[in-house]
Unconditional design. Structure first.
Length: 261
């Protein structure tokens, strides 16, 4: 399946600032990243970070426009869970305090179920428990806040799913993706869980088919996967557009775990 993705961001800053950008896909067939800042072209510096392709930008005072496009030709192969990944993604993290929900998770779910069934059961439970509500959560909300409020957006669904899985001793991580079929179109957050030694993807929101997702990056939680981080000033994000299309028909969304290349 061939997939075309693109995004455009406008940043405004009263003084020069530094930006960290995570919008480039993990395995592009072809791609183009253009940055215009202070009336001139800026060359991004790509930084090698585990699980991500991070671009660091030095932006000028005034407006900065960032555009990215890519074509993904290959579906790749499933990713095996390494020992280091198992150790990293089974532990609590900033937005996923799994140690606080161990008792809750153990009473809600049968930890002895086959791993694929357990992962699907947790994602399905989160999907039923939460109401998708734009603008309902704060940037500092953790999975515990989301559980208590009963609502959120895709990152909140992902954080709660990850937290419950880790509380059940299932390594899990957040994956930022382009999601063909998502409406309204935006960057999207889903979950990868360790299913018998292979990373499998689930999306508790069921807003887009997991089989068509395009990986941008993965990390412990949203602290590792933000599409834009700004430092050294009072820079703000203005207009943003995201697109993702495939060259064929989209399958229906599913709760079942699926390998994301």
């Amino acid at each position: 399946m061939r997939t075309d993705v693109a995004c455009s961001l406008t940043v405004s800053s009263p003084v020069p600032a530094t930006a960290l950008l995570q919008v480039a896909v993990a395995a592009p067939g072809s791609e183009q990243l253009t940055v215009i800042s202070g009336g001139g072209s800026v060359t991004p510096e790509e930084i090698a970070v585990p699980g991500a392709r991070v671009h660091r930008l030095e932006i000028a005072a005034g407006d900065t426009t960032i555009t990215y496009s890519a074509r993904v030709e290959s579906e790749g192969s499933p990713r095996k869970v390494t020992a280091a990944e198992w150790a990293e993604f089974v532990r609590p993290s900033r937005y996923c305090p799994s140690d606080q929900l161990e008792g809750f998770a153990s009473t809600e779910f049968d930890q002895g179920r086959p791993r694929a069934e357990l992962v699907a059961a947790v994602a399905g439970w989160v999907g039923r428990r939460l109401v998708y509500t734009s603008g309902s959560s704060r940037p500092v909300d953790t999975a515990v806040d989301t559980l208590l409020m009963g609502r959120g957006v895709c990152r909140d669904y992902a954080h709660l799913t990850i937290t419950l899985l880790r509380a059940l001793e299932v390594p899990a991580r957040l994956v930022a993706v382009y999601a063909p079929g998502l409406s309204p179109m935006d960057f999207h957050a889903v979950v990868e869980a360790d299913v018998d030694g292979v990373w499998q993807t689930v999306d508790a929101t069921r807003l887009a088919p997991t089989s068509s997702l395009v990986r941008i990056c993965h990390g412990r939680d949203a602290a590792d996967t933000a599409f834009l981080s700004l430092f050294g000033g009072r820079a703000t994000l203005g207009a943003m557009t995201v697109t993702a299309t495939v060259d064929g028909d989209l399958p229906a969304p599913s709760d079942e775990p699926f390998p994301l290349p």
